[in-house]
Design a protein around this ligand. Structure first.
Ligand code: ADP
Ligand code: MG
Length: 331
């Protein structure tokens, strides 16, 4: 098998050469960074989730006329994208004061802004992504005046869409960052949305409690170790020696498995239920998690053996242990 060519490895993603000219494969890593990349960690399953979220948002944005680089998702961690000439700017859109805006102007975190504000930062980790003005952008030829206007107009449309999408499930979009790139058609360049839109690039707060739901919560909660703790081997095989110790059919036990998204994973369904309950007057409800229950009978020697077997089933099939945790009861 020929190895594909790696084009670039960044903090959160790897770009590989795509199957067709003008395409790339964007691979989402589990690496997380926060606070100007000073903090780093691996958050298991993050890449899988961001790949999905970015896919969902890019498809929806395309539907409302915001053209972007997404072509199709290839697998859990990869998507096929159109290669663009990246404009070396991070375009930030803010709705509520937080982070560096609060520090710079002494605004209390959480204060609503009089209107959405768009800022440009130079994409340069060594310089810590300094904020730049339109004058710098045009003088240094990072983008033209027309391109700046296009990026601002597109970013406001993205903001409208994302604000509505998150608002519907009780989440406030405080601010977010996007990147744009050029695609060339003959001698004309057009700007399209590139990179990713995910909780990595959005500052998100719970609309009722103002709890921070994004990477401002760094470090991520310690990884749940249930996989290591509960992993057990394949079901013990019958062999002749067992026949005497377990004469006849082993007794049936009732197994109940409950599966929930892990605490650090955004539970959109839970948020929607919580919001609906608040709307009906149950304002005291918080931390709603929506899970699923799986029940079955199992022929097993004893409760301990049954529990071990059910946990093995969870690891292999019943739960997606990258993003879900589970509870097992046998009776
Ligand atoms: P970084 O650490 O530089 O932010 P990432 O880990 O986010 O890098 O990897 C994605 C990189 O790929 C970014 O530098 C981004 O500008 C670039 N990129 C995103 N989309 C495209 C695209 N469609 N074509 C070319 N480059 C892209
Ligand atoms: Mg990036």
């Amino acid at each position: 098998m020929t190895r594909r060519k790696k084009i670039y490895e960044g903090k959160a993603k790897i770009l590989y050469e795509g199957p067709e000219p003008g395409t790339l494969v964007q691979y989402f890593k589990d690496d997380t960074t926060a606070f100007d990349a000073q903090k780093k960690a691996v958050l298991e399953g993050k890449g899988v989730i961001n790949n999905r979220i970015s896919e969902h948002i890019m498809i929806k944005l395309n539907g409302i006329g915001v053209q972007n680089h997404f072509i199709r998702r290839l697998n859990l961690r990869e998507q096929l994208i159109r290669e663009v000439e990246i404009i070396p700017l991070e375009v930030v859109c803010r709705n509520v004061a937080a982070g560096s805006l609060s520090t710079r102007f002494g605004l209390p975190e959480g204060q609503a802004l009089p209107r959405s504000i768009i800022e440009f930062y130079l994409k340069d980790d060594k310089l810590h992504d300094p904020m730049v003005a339109e004058e710098h952008i045009t003088a240094f030829n990072w983008a033209s005046t027309q391109e700046i206007d296009d990026m601002m107009a597109l970013t406001l449309r993205v903001n409208d869409y994302l604000t509505g999408m998150f608002g519907a499930v009780g989440i406030t979009l405080i601010d977010f960052k996007v990147e744009y790139g050029r695609v060339w058609e003959n001698d004309f360049a057009r700007i399209i949305l590139a990179d990713e839109i995910s909780p990595d690039s959005c500052r998100l707060w719970d609309s009722t409690t103002n709890e921070k739901l994004d990477k401002d919560r760094f470090p991520p909660r310690p990884r749940q170790r249930h996989r290591e703790l509960h992993r057990s081997g394949p079901p013990p095989r019958d062999h002749e020696g067992n026949a005497d110790r377990h004469p006849g059919r082993p007794p049936l036990v009732k197994a109940t498995v409950q599966v929930f998204l892990k605490p650090g994973v955004l539970d959109v369904q839970g948020k929607a239920v919580e919001q609906a309950l608040h709307g009906l007057g149950w304002g005291g409800v918080s931390q709603v998690r929506v899970g699923r229950t799986i029940e079955f009978d199992l022929a097993a020697g004893d409760a301990a053996a049954a529990e071990a077997e059910v946990k093995a089933m969870c690891d292999k099939l019943l739960a997606n242990t990258v993003i879900e945790s589970y509870r097992v009861e046998v009776a």
